[in-house]
Design a protein around this ligand. Structure first.
Ligand SMILES: C[S@@+](CC[C@H](N)C(=O)[O-])C[C@H]1O[C@@H](n2cnc3c(N)ncnc32)[C@H](O)[C@@H]1O
Length: 313
């Protein structure tokens, strides 16, 4: 089957940002009467077969570069102030505890899809050795370099598609870190963990701290308890929206198309196992790290809202 190209432009949609739109083609029958399907991409299998992810990643690069100045307005000054404090860490308690157990002192650490680098800069401030953050967005990496300079933090922030990281980085890292909001923008989790395997030294560690994929079933504005399911857990098509990606102030705006990819927990476990990782720690939590499902924390019917996964290779 010929793979259709991602849409380059389209009308703004009415859905709120950060919402994963249910797919029309599904591993299960399509959701009836759901929000309009905006799919312009192929099923996961077809682009896994063609092997070409670049059109999606280039589309997301444009969307993230458009989002960067809006994110910057919301948080840049505060981050600049904070990173000027010696040893400042933006990391959450869970991230800090797990990194403490893994042991970062003097270790070489890479973060994939690092955005403006606030997490990898914090890892450096925890005492890590060489630190490198990779992100596809020139604008976010530029902001990260300002933060690093403000704090005098020695951390390389590199503009790179995680699926095309230069060979010079192969086998260079003790720890690879992937954190909230990265996986949903990355089309192929199995290939991603193949990249991670290549970056790690033998015996190296992967640490993922991510929003739970069950959140892809809900609209972020849904305050029901339990919330209404409006997507399928087994959706395999990418989804696209043009209402923006500002999870800081949650204001919609006209955005270049943003492609999102749902990965089930079994997709993630499978990707670990097929790339030679042993999962040493996995935990689901009831707190929100997505910034848009905070209200779910108070529900009587509790959902898993995020998870941590540690794996060794
Ligand atoms: C929502 S941010 C979250 C990252 C980080 N955990 C944070 O909280 O800032 C996701 C990042 O993934 C980046 N990204 C998306 N696709 C990418 C790709 N193919 N390669 C590298 N970075 C990518 C985006 O530019 C964006 O900065």
């Amino acid at each position: 089957m010929r793979r259709p190209a991602p849409a380059s432009s389209e009308k703004a949609q009415t859905q709120p940002p950060h919402m994963l739109i249910p797919a029309s083609t599904d591993r299960t029958p399509p959701v009836k009467n759901g929000p309009p399907c905006l799919n312009h991409g192929p099923g996961m299998q077809s682009y896994m077969e063609t092997g070409d992810l670049s059109e999606y990643t280039q589309a997301n690069r444009r969307a993230m570069n458009a989002a960067a100045p809006l994110h910057r307005e919301c948080r840049h000054e505060l981050l600049m102030t904070r990173f000027k404090e010696k040893g400042y860490s933006y990391l959450t308690k869970v991230q800090t505890e797990i990194l403490g157990r893994i042991g970062v002192s003097g270790k070489a650490v890479a973060q994939l899809a690092c955005n403006n680098g606030r997490e990898i800069l914090s890892i450096k401030n925890l005492g890590a050795g060489r630190c490198v953050g990779f992100d596809i967005s020139e604008a976010f990496i530029a902001e990260g370099k300002e933060l690093a300079a403000a704090g005098g933090i020695d951390c390389d922030l590199v503009v790179a598609d995680v699926y095309a990281i230069p060979d010079a980085y192969l086998g260079q890292f003790d720890i690879v870190f992937i954190s909230v909001g990265a996986l949903i923008l990355l089309p192929d989790v199995r290939r991603l963990l193949g990249v991670v395997a290549g970056l790690l030294v033998p015996g190296g560690t992967l640490f993922i701290y991510e929003r739970h994929p069950i959140l892809d079933l809900f609209h972020w504005g849904d305050t029901g308890d339990p919330p209404t399911i409006s997507g399928s857990y087994f959706q395999s098509e990418p989804t696209v929206s043009t209402t923006g990606y500002n999870y800081w102030n949650k204001q919609p705006y006209d955005s270049p198309p943003i492609y999102r990819f749902h990965h089930t927990l079994s997709d993630i476990f499978d990707a670990c196992l097929r790339n030679g990782f042993s999962i040493t720690d996995f935990k689901e939590y009831g707190h929100d790290i997505s910034a848009v499902f905070k209200h779910f924390e108070k529900n009587r019917h509790r959902l898993p809202l995020c998870y941590s996964l540690v794996a060794r290779r």
